[in-house]
Design a protein around this ligand. Structure first.
Ligand code: UD1
Ligand code: UDP
Length: 397
């Protein structure tokens, strides 16, 4: 393959989900660079995942950090543009729906081709930044790599030409498969003195759930209710935003809830795989639990992972206390014999095959001003302009 790729990541699930593709790129000696936007930076969100997933160090670190949506977007636009000018890639990979994926918008503005991984997912919940990001990315991407037949249908319904859509399955299925042995050997259950099927696992980090007092209070009350009813501890690796909100709103941590700092990928996957039930507002956790055949209650009114609802591995319960408790009752009282909707764990193989096929097209100029015939000194002189190409800075940042 001749194409040069940039892989952009910035948050915990990006590192996890890019593992199979980056691993294949390395193995096949494909020309690629990793750009870390720096949105997640704490060791338990960042360095620990690079280490556990044996992920190569980033070639660029944009150090964007935390802040408002506009702060993160503004910094990304300014800093990523410099990388693009320097690296001149043929294609930029944007993953899913978090702010690092907006790197695709910057690339597209500069006439560089964009591939969107996990394209076509829709929650139709416009309160979520992620829904806006998904729509933006899908509308400007040249290549849309979509996980399932229903996400493919979403794209076709929105008018994306079918020849730009490629159904490739779920990267997380391959990641969990690649790390199966390490997950199974992990000792977190012994360390926490808990055993298989005898605890609940909880995560909550969405601003609309934990950034507002009422829904966060409801979630804590529901967890207390679940603990009292089932007499099983509730293991809760807590996101820093959620911890800060509990303090700010003066909420009480109910009895039976064991708060932990966020844990590593191996520890968390082991906890998921052996849980009695997971209660979460995370996107990837809905997928993990579906694959592990562990019941999941999704604390959201909608989900872009609609296949988990369709096969019955999850219920979208919202954040009303009674609804969460009711959904837990339903999920733990049914058989976990749903069909895995994610096909085979062969995402990276499919990706490489497609990229090999598309290589010529990916390497060809995309926009008219990049075309060698048009962009010659002759054609520029026709317009008698003194306009010069912007020079590439020697040093960036
Ligand atoms: C982000 C993504 C979300 C994704 C989640 C995965 C967006 C809009 N949101 O949400 O889609 O589900 O990551 O985990 O891109 N903080 C730390 N350490 C860090 C990073 C953040 O303590 O390394 C704290 C900061 O106080 C920060 C807050 O967490 O303000 C929120 O971080 P941010 O990256 O803005 O959003 P997430 O909720 O993590
Ligand atoms: N995860 C983890 N430690 C934790 C919580 C989650 O390793 O304490 C992992 C977990 O394996 C899951 C992924 O992070 O696959 C989920 O990411 P997150 O909930 O942060 O983001 P989302 O998927 O909602 O964007």
């Amino acid at each position: 393959m001749k194409a040069k790729y940039l892989v952009v990541l910035g948050i915990r699930p990006d590192i996890i989900n890019y593992q199979p593709l980056v691993n294949e790129f390395k193995r096949k000696k494909i020309d690629f660079k990793i750009i870390h936007t720096g949105q997640h930076y704490s060791y338990f969100f960042d360095g620990l995942f690079f280490k556990q997933l044996n992920f190569p160090n980033p070639d660029y670190h944009l150090k964007i950090g935390s802040g408002t949506q506009a702060h993160q977007l503004g910094k990304l636009v300014q800093k990523f543009e410099k990388v693009l000018l320097k690296e001149k890639p043929d294609l930029v990979f944007s993953f899913s729906d978090a702010n690092p994926a907006l790197s695709g918008i910057v690339a597209s503005k500069m006439g560089i081709k964009v591939a969107h991984l996990e394209a076509g997912m829709r929650s139709y919940d416009w309160r979520m930044q992620e829904e806006k990001n998904r729509r933006l990315l899908d509308s400007i991407s040249d290549y849309l790599f979509t996980p399932t037949s229903s996400t493919k249908k979403n794209l076709i319904r929105e008018g994306i030409p079918p020849h730009r859509i490629f159904q490739v399955g779920k990267p997380i299925f391959e990641v969990l498969n690649n790390f199966k042995e390490k997950i199974d050997k992990n000792t977190i259950l012994d360390e926490l003195n808990i055993s298989k099927g005898k605890y609940f696992l909880v995560t909550a980090h969405r601003p609309e759930n934990v950034g507002v007092k009422k829904p966060l209070g409801n979630i804590l009350a529901a967890l207390e209710g679940v603990y009292k009813k089932y007499e099983k501890p509730v293991i809760f690796p807590i996101h820093p935003r959620t911890r800060a909100s509990i303090k700010k709103f003066g909420l009480r941590i109910p009895k039976g809830i064991k708060l932990l700092e966020p844990v590593g990928f191996l520890e968390f996957s082991k906890l998921e795989k052996n849980a009695f039930c997971c209660v979460t507002d995370s996107g990837t956790v809905q997928e993990d639990t579906c694959i592990f055949k562990v019941p999941c209650v999704t604390m959201r009114i909608s989900t872009e992972r609609s296949e988990t609802i369709e096969v019955g591995s999850s219920i979208a319960a919202g954040v009303n206390m009674a609804h969460i408790m009711d959904a837990v009752d339903k999920m733990v009282n049914k058989k976990s014999n749903w069909k895995n909707p994610y096909g085979k764990p062969d995402f990276s193989k499919k990706m490489i095959k497609i990229l090999e096929k598309l290589d010529g097209e990916i390497c060809s100029p995309k926009v008219w001003w990049d075309h060698p015939k048009i962009n010659s000194s002759k054609s520029i002189s026709q317009y008698k302009t003194k306009w010069k190409n912007p020079s590439v800075p020697d040093e960036i940042f």
